[in-house]
Design a binder for this molecule. Structure first.
Ligand code: SF4
Ligand code: SF4
Length: 92
C-alpha cells in the first residue's frame, strides 16, 4: 500500500529504542518524533543523510496502517501494549 497522506501514526504511537536525530534516547509510545512535521504529518528529514535506516526499512502495510488514521492509531497502540513484557502501554 501507499503511505497515507496526513497520517504519521507510525511516528507517534510506537516506542522507538534506537536513537533518532534530535532524540538520542529514542522516543516513548504516544510521543511524536521531533522530526515529524505536525502541520502535515510528514517526516522533515525524509531523504536526508540522517534519515534513520529503521525508518527506511519500515513499509506501510494494511496490517499496521489500517484503512484510516484512526485505525492505524488503534492498531499500533494495541501492538505497542501487547509487545511490552509487562503488558502496559508505556505511553507518555
Ligand atoms: S501508519 Fe502507515 S499510512 Fe500512516 S504514516 Fe505510517 S506508514 Fe504511512
Ligand atoms: S525520523 Fe521521520 S520517519 Fe522516522 S520516526 Fe521520526 S518522523 Fe517518523
Amino acid at each position: 500500500m501507499e503511505c497515507r497522506k496526513g497520517c504519521g501514526m507510525c511516528c507517534i504511537e510506537p516506542s522507538i529504542v534506537q536513537p533518532l536525530p534530535g532524540m538520542p534516547a529514542g522516543k516513548k509510545a504516544g510521543e511524536h518524533c521531533v522530526n515529524l512535521d505536525l502541520s502535515d504529518y510528514t517526516c522533515k528529514i525524509w531523504g536526508q543523510p540522517e534519515y534513520p535506516d529503521f525508518c527506511r526499512i519500515f513499509k506501510p502495510e494494511p496490517e499496521f496502517c489500517g484503512s484510516t488514521r484512526t485505525e492505524a492509531e488503534q492498531i499500533l497502540r494495541f501492538l505497542e501494549s501487547s509487545t511490552r513484557p509487562d503488558g502496559r502501554s508505556g505511553r507518555v
